[in-house]
Write a protein that binds this ligand. Structure first.
Ligand code: HEM
Length: 283
């Protein structure tokens, strides 16, 4: 047991946990980018349908019928990974600074010299944190537009929320800058993570370094192009017409919510207490 505490409090232990959480986040970012490529569709109605179907699928995904939706578990893991990664990065930065008597510099151990990416890792990381706060506030917890899916249900229109935010040139520019910073962070992070894990090989290390660079460029460009396309789409008259259509769904949505509330009746069984019973609308 003592060795776990020793490992977790050692510099290498913290760095390896940072590497693992970072690798997990880098994989999430890649999946997220691929999902967002659906925003590159310039046929608004088709893009709206496919993007909303995609977000509905993600939020409703529960193949094993867990009492808690899968998305909440995934979000929990994501928050834990981000929190651990950021906490350890700041802790290591402070410890390094103290160990060097307050002198703020970092060295790329393998090449024996400091690089711009190494030097700015903590700052690009903290910038990504600021970006994430804005990102979740504006999209996940942002404006609720409505959309009628192919089953006739009125659901959240995530496509419109996203496109509407990007319609603002200030947010679109902020995203392009943020994606450059995300790319810069990944640029150094990937080779560094392999190095921390002790994977150093004459033949493979240069290939890993190049793969890391290509990966960071692909991610920055992929997200950046998406942001520019969303800015263009957000400023098209067709998109504004879809906003009007979305607002017109409000009375129907309220009716749907009322019907759902009626179907969900609460029964009180004296010996057990309050038990909630849901009826399936199709029965
Ligand atoms: C053009 C760039 C991007 C677009 C259009 C975009 C779009 C979105 C949207 C629409 C959501 C809300 C999904 C929902 O609640 O159903 C979201 C969530 C999220 N995004 Fe992004 N994103 C972008 C870039 C990024 C980047 C670069 C990162 C990471 C550094 C990131 C991390 C996240 C996270 C952690 C969530 C929350 C996931 C969840 O709660 O399930 N996004 N994004």
């Amino acid at each position: 047991m003592q060795w776990i505490v020793k490992y977790l409090t050692s510099s290498i232990g913290k760095k390896q946990i940072m590497g693992c959480t970072g690798a997990f986040l880098a994989l999430f970012i890649f999946g997220h980018m691929c999902g967002n490529f659906q925003l590159l569709n310039f046929d608004q109605a088709a893009a709206q349908a496919s993007y909303n179907a995609y977000t509905e699928f993600l939020t409703g995904f529960n193949p094993l019928h867990f009492p808690v939706k899968m998305i909440y578990l995934i979000e929990l893991v994501l928050v834990a990974a981000f929190a651990l990664h950021i906490f350890l990065a700041v802790k290591l930065k402070i410890e390094n600074k103290i160990a060097r008597g307050g002198i703020d510099y970092e060295v790329n151990a393998r090449k024996g010299k400091k690089t711009f990416a190494t030097f700015t890792m903590i700052w690009s990381g903290l910038f990504v944190l600021v970006f994430l706060v804005q990102h979740l506030m504006m999209l996940k917890f942002g404006e609720h537009y409505l959309y009628m899916n192919d089953k006739g249900e009125i659901v959240r229109d995530m496509w419109l929320t996203t496109i509407q935010m990007f319609a603002n040139p200030a947010w679109a520019a902020f995203y392009v800058v943020s994606m450059f910073v995300v790319g810069m962070h990944l640029f150094h992070a990937i080779s560094s993570a392999f190095q921390t894990m002790g994977i150093a090989h004459q033949k493979w290390t240069p290939i890993i370094d190049i793969a890391g660079i290509v990966y960071s460029i692909v991610v920055a460009l992929g997200f950046g192009i998406t942001a520019v396309a969303a800015f263009y789409l957000g400023n098209q008259p067709e998109t504004q017409a879809l906003i009007e259509k979305s607002r017109a769904l409000q009375p129907q949505y309220e009716q749907q919510q009322k019907e759902k509330a009626v179907q969900k009746a609460a029964f009180v069984i004296p010996s057990v207490g309050e038990v909630e019973v849901s009826f399936n609308a199709e029965i």
